[in-house]
Write a protein that binds this ligand. Structure first.
Ligand code: NAD
Ligand code: DAU
Length: 335
């Protein structure tokens, strides 16, 4: 089977490509525009495989995407490519609408024209919005996105599902909780706190730090997606959660301990506008239908992640140079 993976140079997409590269029955074409978040260094271990091919292309370009589908004739699409960071969506929402909504539309149209046998649209638990205790979202929970990022993902989820209802394109939607692990761009909570802690820099905590997120190790997420490529039912939505809810402050304290730093680095800053207080979801449907379960406990995954950032300081300093500095000053400068 040939998979067309979009966004395969990003954090989760590259973990997925590395996972499927270990499978002799799968060929992979990775389509990525290499934005600030795309990094081919993440794919060094698979670059020379005869079953892997990289195509630099923008998913919002009909011409680029038509060319890829005509040449590659994929059996399935696994669609990761997106603008993925909430804070950036507050500063510059236009790219989120363009890539997440229009880019998904471009891919759906190509898959429809080429009668692609499967289309897995990778989405997020953020589309359900903030949930009060003790509620957790199942796949029928109402959508109530808060940020331009989550609204653009909710829009793309609904567009993808409409292609199943209207055109019988075999679309599946996945909604995962907060991922963490190696190769994550240091704009998200865990890699930002680890890399700042390792450099002895302040750890910026939004508001009171009591917001709750459910943490999912990236390889567990990727195994969940692969199980749905193989066994998921078209037209269905599947949650993928880590079953490990923690307030942000607790995550930061564990990172301080793991990096040998002190609490003095913790710096409370102005809250994120529209900040969702709590995400929570159940993955029972995925577990029952595919037998998937998480394999990596948070303590183990966090230790592995800290180790990776310690050992890959060159990777970190390369991605933290240039555009990152401008973003960091803009996002944190006036907090
Ligand atoms: P990321 O920002 O690390 O990577 C995104 C990738 O998409 C990059 O390689 C980038 O170059 C590529 N890309 C962006 N715009 C593109 C375009 N116009 N054309 C082609 N490629 C483009 O993102 P991530 O954290 O790996 O997230 C991947 C997917 O998973 C996203 O759809 C995101 O919404 C979803 N998701 C993420 C999380 C999380 O915790 N990170 C959780 C649930 C769902
Ligand atoms: O829930 C899944 C989503 O998780 C994905 O769809 C998104 O792509 C991904 O970015 C992530 O969104 P969050 O907004 O939850 O993740 P982030 O890492 O940006 O923030 C996690 C929590 O930490 C959130 O409550 C905000 C807080 N935070 C974040 C940063 C970057 C801080 O307190 N300080 C920070 O500097």
């Amino acid at each position: 089977m040939k998979l067309l993976v979009t966004g395969g140079a990003g954090f989760i997409g590259s973990a997925f490509v590395r996972l499927v590269a270990g499978r002799a029955d799968l060929d992979v074409v990775n389509v990525d525009a290499l934005t600030y978040a795309g990094n081919l260094e993440n794919l060094a271990s698979v670059a020379s495989s005869p079953r892997y091919r990289f195509v630099k292309a923008d998913i919002t370009s009909f011409d680029d995407i038509e060319k890829v589908f005509s040449e590659e004739k994929p059996d399935a699409v696994v669609h990761f490519a997106a603008e993925s960071h909430v804070d950036r969506s507050i500063l510059m929402p236009d790219a989120f609408v363009r890539t997440n909504v229009f880019g998904t539309f471009t891919l759906l149209e190509a898959a429809k024209r080429h009668k692609t046998a499967r289309f897995v649209h990778v989405s997020t638990d953020e589309v359900y919005g903030s949930l009060d205790e003790p509620h957790e979202a199942d796949e029928n929970y109402p959508l109530k996105p808060s940020s331009p990022y989550s609204a653009s993902k909710a829009g793309s989820d609904l567009l993808a599902l409409s292609y199943y209802t209207t055109f019988k394109l075999p679309v599946l939607v996945t909604r995962a909780s907060n991922n963490y692990g190696p190769c994550q761009f240091p704009e998200k909570l865990i890699p930002l706190m680890i890399s700042n802690a390792l450099e002895g820099k302040p750890l910026p905590i939004y508001g009171d730090g009591m917001q709750v997120r459910d943490w999912l190790f990236v390889d567990d997420h990727c195994r969940g997606i692969l199980s749905l490529v193989e066994k998921g039912r078209p037209g269905e939505v599947y949650n993928i959660g880590g079953s490990r809810s923690l307030p942000n402050i607790e995550v930061v304290k564990r990172i301080i301990a793991a990096t040998g730093q002190t609490d003095k680095l913790m710096t409370y800053v102005t809250d994120r506008p529209g900040h969702d207080r709590r995400y929570a979801l159940t993955s029972e449907k995925l577990e029952k239908e595919t037998g998937w379960k998480t394999l990596v406990p948070f303590e183990e995954g966090l230790a592995e992640t800290v180790k990776w950032y310690r050992e890959n300081t060159d990777w970190v300093s390369r991605v933290k140079s240039g555009e990152y500095k401008t973003y960091y000053t803009r996002n944190y400068g006036d907090r």
